[in-house]
Design a protein around this ligand. Structure first.
Ligand SMILES: [Zn+2]
Length: 184
């Protein structure tokens, strides 16, 4: 009798441990749809997704956030179809939340971008970027004799027009458009 009881106990134990590994199996057999999405561009558990970037500004966003030197997961996609802006880029950065300054910088090159803050694979907050009125230390002045190009003076521009972007240097009054923008 005692032996039988013991065996039963063992069987129950085995059953329980099987149940414990079940969640892992479920991940292995994820629905095809999910796998497809995974291959397209990997989802991030926590971090930031910058969406609706004009395709030609995608790598400028990468520059602004200095992602070349970032150690976390970064996914970059360009030339994706977008109903809203034609072709778009997406930048996903795992484990990073953006500062207001970084969001403002992104707005300069991607005025339609949305910034999604991700937690547990879910969008916790979604904001649309807003072009700032003053741009400090982000853009290089295109005038070679401007003081900011010759002395240790931080650049400063006033936004004259937001769409299409037109900015004016505080020091030399040089006007610059989107095509002259060089991010520092
Ligand atoms: Zn200037």
């Amino acid at each position: 009798m005692a032996k039988r009881k013991a065996r039963k106990k063992i069987m129950r134990k085995t059953r329980r441990s099987k149940a414990e590994i079940r969640p892992k199996k479920a991940v292995l057999h994820a629905p095809k749809e999910e796998l497809k999405k995974e291959l397209k561009i990997s989802a991030i558990e926590e971090g930031t997704v910058i969406d609706h970037i004009p395709t030609d500004a995608t790598f400028k966003v990468v520059d602004i956030l200095n992602l070349q030197n970032y150690n976390g997961v970064v996914s970059i996609a360009t030339n994706l179809q977008s109903k809203r802006i034609g072709k778009k880029g997406i930048v996903k950065v795992g484990g990073k939340s953006l500062t207001q300054e970084e969001v403002n910088k992104i707005a300069i090159v991607a005025s339609d971008a949305t910034v999604n803050f991700i937690k547990n694979y879910d969008v916790k907050e979604k904001i649309k970027v807003k072009t700032p009125d003053v741009i400090d230390s982000v853009v290089k002045c295109s005038n070679p004799v401007c003081i900011t190009n010759n002395e240790q003076v931080a650049t400063k521009f006033y936004v004259v027009k937001k769409d299409p972007l037109k900015i004016k240097c505080h020091y030399c009054e040089r006007s610059m458009g989107k095509e002259d923008l060089h991010i520092i």
